[in-house]
Write a protein that binds this ligand. Structure first.
Ligand SMILES: [Zn+2]
Length: 152
C-alpha cells in the first residue's frame, strides 16, 4: 500500500528502518501513529522540501517500541508516537537546516543531535511536531549533554 502523506512524502519513507528489515522486526504503525506522521510530513518535511528543493527521505521516522528499544532510545521518544523525524539534507549543513527550521516552522521540539561544536555538518536534525501545545523547544546535544538553543 503506497500511502501519500504530503506532495513529496510517502508513509513507507517514514516507517522504513534498515535495522528493522535486517532483524525482521515488524515496524508497522497504527492509525494514530500514521495520522501523527501525516502531520509531520505536512508541517515539517514538505516545507523543508519546498524551501530547499532537494529530494530527501528522513533517516528515521516512526519506530515501534521493539525497534526503538533495540536502538537504545527511551520509550518516551516521540519517534514511537510517529511525531518525530531525523533529517539530513545532502549539501546542507545540519546547523543551517536546524536554523532554518527554528526561524520558519512551527514544531514541538527541535534538536541538533549528536552535534560536534565547530562542525556544522556533524550529527543530524531531530524535529517533532504535535498539533496541540507545541513546546517550540530548541536544543543542541553535544559533548554528551543538552544545551538550550542551537550551538555552533
Ligand atoms: Zn530523533
Amino acid at each position: 500500500m503506497r500511502m501519500q502523506l504530503s506532495k513529496n512524502f510517502y508513509l513507507s519513507e517514514l516507517v522504513h528502518s534498515n535495522t528493522a528489515v535486517r532483524l525482521g522486526i515488524d515496524n508497522t504503525p497504527g492509525e494514530a501513529e500514521i495520522e501523527s506522521l501525516r502531520l509531520v510530513a505536512q508541517n515539517i518535511l514538505q516545507p523543508i522540501r519546498d524551501h530547499y528543493k532537494i529530494p530527501f527521505s528522513p533517516s528515521s521516522g516512526f519506530r515501534g517500541l521493539e525497534l526503538n528499544r533495540l536502538l537504545k532510545s527511551k520509550d518516551s521518544s516521540q519517534h514511537v508516537k510517529g511525531q518525530a523525524v531525523d533529517i539530513e539534507l545532502p549539501g546542507i549543513s545540519n546547523l543551517d537546516l536546524a536554523t532554518w527550521i527554528r526561524d520558519n516552522l512551527s514544531y514541538d521540539q527541535l534538536i541538533l543531535e549528536f552535534h560536534t561544536i565547530g562542525e556544522p555538518y556533524s550529527g543530524w536534525v531531530h524535529c517533532s511536531y504535535v498539533q496541540k501545545m507545541a513546546r517550540m523547544e530548541v536544543l543542541t546535544f553535544a559533548d554528551k549533554k543538552f544545551s538550550q538553543g542551537l550551538i555552533a
